[in-house]
Ligand binder design. Structure first.
Ligand SMILES: NC(=O)c1ccc[n+]([C@@H]2O[C@H](COP(=O)([O-])OP(=O)(O)OC[C@H]3O[C@@H](n4cnc5c(N)ncnc54)[C@H](O)[C@@H]3O)[C@@H](O)[C@H]2O)c1
Length: 327
């Protein structure tokens, strides 16, 4: 059985669904602080919090867990700057509880949700894994700390892990069953779609004077189902090779904020205004992944393009609007 911590959240729920389709037995462990019970499409569900060691131990004692995927974290960069204690407590200290319990129960394989936030300002694009690690926020530092702890756990206890440094997760399940529901929402594509659905007055663009062709930030958007595929391959890699590792997950292609807004307008057929605002502190102008290492190690490559990202996200958020209007 694969234990999916944070599996009621956005990326974890898509991964749970894919693992189930591939024939894996799964159980989701989530405190539902940011997750949604109805996103857990099959497998077991345990409502629990990593901060509660006894709950975590009971989960391991009661289930034949062979490997863990760990998505459970707080992930708002701005909030982490304002309240670092909250981030170090949940993303670092609570992860230690998980690792200690894995160690206690002899579970040796972990796939960890890391982030491109470990890099900081890009010195060269695309970013390879050799790029210096200089995170700009407590959130990014919390991810880097866990990567370092995992390297120590391998050396000392032989625990094998794969840290996946996601770039910007986006899109939704092609079947329309699950998608992105972050409260509050800070991600660009859902915000643009909400503007297209008249659920926001405008799309706020933070910074229009960056050193990029149209002045807005460029990011590498990776379809959430491609991320889920990479998790399956990471699990197979750990079993096959017994080696730890880390790698980027992105597409190698960047899109600017203005390009995304245009694409959302085209695909939705709806126009909406944009409003310009100050750049957000610590937002690097360009982040684009070099994903060759993931290709070499895991045999993974992104299969879904920007069009599919926006189409699946549009379908999901249109359904969400209908759901909320019926509440
Ligand atoms: N969304 C992105 O673009 C992105 C990019 C890079 C990295 N990541 C990382 O990927 C992971 C998943 O991101 P997401 O967008 O799906 O976020 P999410 O908030 O939708 O999912 C995280 C889940 O973890 C749960 N959780 C948090 N703390 C917990 C705890 N102490 N005990 C039990 N459950 C807990 C939440 O309830 C939530 O369901 C996170 O670790 C995030 O840092 C996300």
């Amino acid at each position: 059985m694969i234990l999916i911590v944070g599996g009621a959240g956005y990326i974890g729920s898509h991964t749970n669904k894919l693992l189930r389709e591939r024939g894996y037995r799964t159980a989701v462990f989530d405190n539902l602080v940011h997750g949604h019970r109805e996103f857990v499409k099959g497998g077991g569900f345990i409502q629990g919090d990593l901060s509660d060691r006894e709950q975590v131990r009971l989960c391991f004692a009661g289930n034949p867990i062979e490997a863990v995927m760990h998505f459970g974290a707080f992930a708002y960069v701005g909030e982490s700057v304002a309240d670092p204690a909250k981030y170090y407590r949940n993303n670092v200290a609570n992860t230690l509880t998980l690792l200690e319990t894995m160690q206690e129960f002899g579970v040796k394989h972990l796939v960890f949700s890391s982030s491109c936030a470990v890099y900081g300002h890009a010195e060269a694009i695309p970013l390879t894994e050799e790029h210096p690690l200089r995170p700009l926020s407590p959130y990014g530092r919390s991810k880097l700390m866990i990567e370092e702890i995992l390297a120590d756990y391998d050396r000392a206890y032989g625990m094998k892990s794969m840290s996946l440094r996601y770039f910007n997760a986006a899109g939704a399940d092609a079947g329309g069953e699950i998608g992105e529901r972050h409260l509050p929402e800070t991600h660009l594509i859902p915000l643009a779609i909400q503007a297209a659905l008249d659920r926001r007055r405008s799309l706020v663009i933070h910074g229009t004077d960056y050193p990029t062709p149209d002045g807005t930030c460029i990011r590498d958007y990776i379809h959430v189902t491609d991320l889920a595929e990479a998790h399956c391959k990471a699990l197979e890699y750990l079993k096959r090779t017994g080696q730890s590792g880390f790698c980027n997950l992105g597409t190698g292609k960047g899109a600017s904020v203005k390009e995304i807004a245009t694409l959302v307008r085209e695909i939705s057929g709806k126009d909406f205004p944009s409003a310009e605002a100050e750049p957000r502190p610590g937002d690097p102008p360009v982040l684009v992944a070099d994903y060759r290492k993931a290709q070499e190690l895991l045999g993974w490559r992104p299969e879904r393009d920007m069009g599919e990202i926006i189409l699946t996200a549009w379908a999901w958020h249109s359904k969400e609007r209908d759901r909320e209007e019926n509440i």
